[in-house]
Design a protein around this ligand. Structure first.
Ligand SMILES: NC(=O)c1ccc[n+]([C@@H]2O[C@H](COP(=O)([O-])OP(=O)(O)OC[C@H]3O[C@@H](n4cnc5c(N)ncnc54)[C@H](OP(=O)(O)O)[C@@H]3O)[C@@H](O)[C@H]2O)c1
Length: 291
């Protein structure tokens, strides 16, 4: 039996980790923000040493991307320094550390059209991306046993607590309320169902193939295409206007292209990710929007 301490347990991804992970193989201790404050190193060490897990999964983040631009200190505290402290505690106790990272560690190459491999140079274009990249770097140089897992465009039944929901729910709500939406079509990503990530992550954690992994659905689309597919599957009659990024004046810049290739997962023959459209359909069924 592998014991897991799961940080950020109320969150969107963690909720599915708890649901999906096989209880005969993994014994999870869920840690909500009330149970542990990862920016407080003494509290974190005490809580974790009481559990004495084999694996620590950190899903916690400060990831309101626009708000983060004006709060870099908090971003570095939560996304980087706290991860450094966690890495040190894990290394001292010989525990494996899992850090959930992001496609936003990329973005400087505006003309990019080819999915990024784990071995490609990073280049974030906002404070959030820089702070998560620093979290990755601390993990890599401090821990002997780690998995860094970069994910992208998450949607899951719990909705992101840090972001107040997810894109699918926003489109369903706006589509029903207004019958018309404007969505950017010059940012290309891979929408990913947190349940599918959890399914694949548990298989990865059964191995000792430590390292850096991209873990996203198959395929890619713009946010506009993503919205179109939602309306199509739900048979909602919504006018969906494609607009470019300049239409919405946001505080943080976003990558024009942040599709990730699952090079390392494929290399170890452990890619269980479905196409994003199929993942969307399964999500809509789980939410009872579809039969
Ligand atoms: N959502 C996306 O589209 C997306 C895309 C790429 C990467 N990611 C990464 O994926 C991970 C999971 O995302 P998610 O959408 O599942 O996030 P989420 O729903 O916001 O969950 C994060 C959890 O962490 C907790 N938390 C925040 N700060 C904490 C702290 N200082 N100490 C302890 N707990 C804290 C939050 O609790 P409270 O809400 O109670 O504060 C929340 O339950 C994050 O690391 C994020 O950077 C997300």
């Amino acid at each position: 039996m592998n014991r897991i301490a799961l940080i950020g347990a109320n969150g969107q991804l963690a909720t599915d980790i708890i649901k999906v992970f096989n209880k005969d193989y993994f014994q999870i201790t869920p840690l909500t923000h009330k149970d542990v404050e990862i920016t407080d190193v003494n509290n974190t060490r005490k809580v974790l040493e009481e559990i004495n897990p084999d694996i620590v999964i950190n899903t916690a983040a400060y990831h309101k991307v626009d708000e983060v631009e004006d709060n870099p200190e908090k971003a570095f505290l939560v996304n980087s320094t706290a991860q450094k402290n966690l890495a040190e505690v894990c290394e001292k106790n010989n525990w494996t550390l899992v850090y959930i990272s992001t496609d936003y560690v990329f973005g400087q190459d505006e003309k990019r059209k080819k999915p990024y491999k784990e071995t490609d140079n990073t280049g974030p274009i906002n404070v959030y991306g820089v702070s998560k990249l620093a979290g990755e770097k601390f993990t890599q140089y401090i821990c002997s046993k780690y998995f860094i897992v970069r994910v992208c465009g998450l949607f899951g039944v719990a909705g992101s607590s840090g972001k107040g929901g997810n894109f699918v729910e926003l489109m369903v709500r706006l589509g029903k309320e207004k019958g018309e939406v404007s969505v950017v079509d010059d940012q290309i990503l891979t929408p990913t169902y947190t349940k599918n990530i959890a399914e694949n992550l548990q298989e990865l954690l059964k191995t000792d193939y430590y390292g850096l992994y991209h873990l996203t659905s198959e395929g890619q689309c713009s946010w506009w295409e993503f919205a179109n597919e939602i309306f199509k599957l739900l048979k909602l009659k919504v006018k969906n206007n494609p607009v470019d990024s300049k239409f919405f004046k946001t505080r943080a810049k976003r990558p024009k292209f942040s599709v990730l290739e699952k090079y390392h997962l494929n290399k170890i023959n452990l890619n269980l990710m479905r196409d994003w459209k199929e993942n969307l359909r399964l999500y809509l069924i789980e939410k009872c929007y579809l039969k």
